[in-house]
Design a protein around this ligand. Structure first.
Ligand SMILES: Cc1ncc(COP(=O)(O)O)c(C=O)c1O
Length: 407
């Protein structure tokens, strides 16, 4: 069979919906400046779908500096991979400053988060080693694990008993292979918004010999006294062996970093295929990250504002009787029941009639019959937008109830 014919016939969990949803539910075009009010389908909407947690995406000083940096350096410099021709003082400066901020010996700046994570995993383990990871891990972790040639065990989401069982099995394997164990989890899980039970996970180091790699994409900037992340929030940064965060959320940009011991960072610099064989991060992103790090060190104002909005939104939704699950981060899921078609109706009604833009998560990402409206508060939102949104959630109750499956 011709490959293109095969591809044409091939569906898949997301492509199944392509014809009916593209341009509206999938690949919507959000226009105007990044912020709490944007344009969608020619209308203004209150935007709850961008991960610009600290509201820095459209911060005037950030934009001024980004523009000045782009004017000075262009978007190409430095050309090539870090190892060959893409290395600068500024890249090193960021690594020094972030390692200090994260209280780790060393750090390495990465060109992308996704590629960074799977490449870190690939660099850390070989076929004798065992990976133990959370069932609800982000796709970049799952893809990194899929490259692993040795054994892997998944544990039930944030379930310490299940993790213990997985570690028991992992120990049996490494006793034979002579390998090591790597545990992988996240600081904040991006769908449910619950923090990883990191204190309990690192406490298992008393009983088992493992190292832990943590992806803190959603915790960096939003948790911890200065926004250092979930590990500082929970007071266990010393116990986290390899810490990762991306610039794609709180830093409203592109790029990422990993922080650990000097030996581990040296190893990653010389083995991470996604960095050795791909272009280095351009200067405006590096200078932008340096400035945003300065903002975190100088003040907690953006994080404080984010939490003011988050608390008001989450307590308001709970007060209205909505189920927001177990979130203890800014990620705010609203759990509803219904089919995929019901989800589309609810989302459309909210967007078209009331100008409230949320994203929907449906089967197969979550079980059949379940709907999550995913709401991302940011420091740029105002209390007025929270109130307006809560009013709409109040008005929507009969509409949602009419769709819910009857007992
Ligand atoms: C948990 C998690 N890890 C990694 C990534 C990938 O980061 P990036 O967008 O920088 O590639 C994301 C999404 O952005 C994420 O949510």
């Amino acid at each position: 069979m011709d490959l293109f014919d095969k591809i044409k016939a091939k569906q898949g969990p997301l492509k199944d919906y392509a014809a009916s949803t593209e341009g509206y539910y999938m690949f919507p075009k959000l226009e105007g400046e990044i912020g709490p009010r944007m344009q969608f389908n020619g209308k203004e909407v209150v935007m709850w779908s961008v991960n610009d947690y600290l509201g820095l995406g459209n911060n005037p000083e950030v934009r001024k500096r980004d523009a000045a940096s782009a004017a000075k350096w262009g978007l190409a410099y430095p050309m090539g991979a870090r190892m060959m021709s893409g290395h600068t003082d500024k890249h090193e400066q960021f690594e020094r400053e972030i390692s200090e901020f994260q209280e780790k010996e060393a750090a390495y700046l990465l060109n992308y988060g996704y590629q960074g994570v799977f490449s870190i995993i690939q660099s850390l383990v070989d076929r004798h080693d065992v990976i133990v990871y959370d069932y609800e891990s982000h796709a970049c972790i799952v893809d990194g694990v899929s490259l692993h040639l040795g054994k892997r065990f998944v544990f039930d989401h944030n379930d310490i008993d299940s993790l213990r069982k997985a570690l028991d099995r992992a120990e049996k394997v490494v006793a034979k292979t002579g390998g090591s164990i790597l545990v992988i989890s996240e600081g904040v899980f991006g769908m449910r918004g619950d923090q990883g039970k990191l204190k309990e996970i690192v406490a298992l180091k008393k009983d088992y010999n493992f190292r832990i790699f943590l992806d803190d994409a959603h915790g960096f900037g939003t948790l911890g006294p200065q926004g250092q992340g979930t590990t500082f929030e929970q007071g266990i940064q010393d116990e986290i062996d390899i810490y990762f965060a991306t610039f794609a959320k709180s830093f409203a940009s592109i790029g990422a970093y990993v922080a650990s011991t000097k030996e581990v960072i040296l190893h990653l610099k010389y083995t991470m295929r996604s960095q050795i064989f791909a272009k280095s991060l351009p200067m405006p992103m590096v200078e932008g990250a340096l400035y945003k790090l300065q903002l975190l060190r100088e003040s907690t104002q953006h994080k404080d504002k984010l939490w003011k909005i988050t608390r008001a939104l989450q307590s308001g939704l709970k007060g209205l009787g909505y189920d927001i699950g177990v979130t203890n981060s800014a990620v705010t899921p609203v759990y509803l029941q219904g089919s995929v078609e019901d989800a589309l109706k609810i989302i459309k009604e909210m967007r078209e009639k009331y100008g409230i833009f949320t994203s929907g998560v449906v089967y197969p990402v979550i079980p059949k019959g379940m709907i999550i409206l995913r709401i991302i508060p940011t420091a740029a939102h105002t209390m007025k937008e929270v109130e307006e949104t809560l009013e709409v959630f109040e008005i929507m109750k009969p509409f949602i109830a009419a769709l819910a499956p009857k007992e």
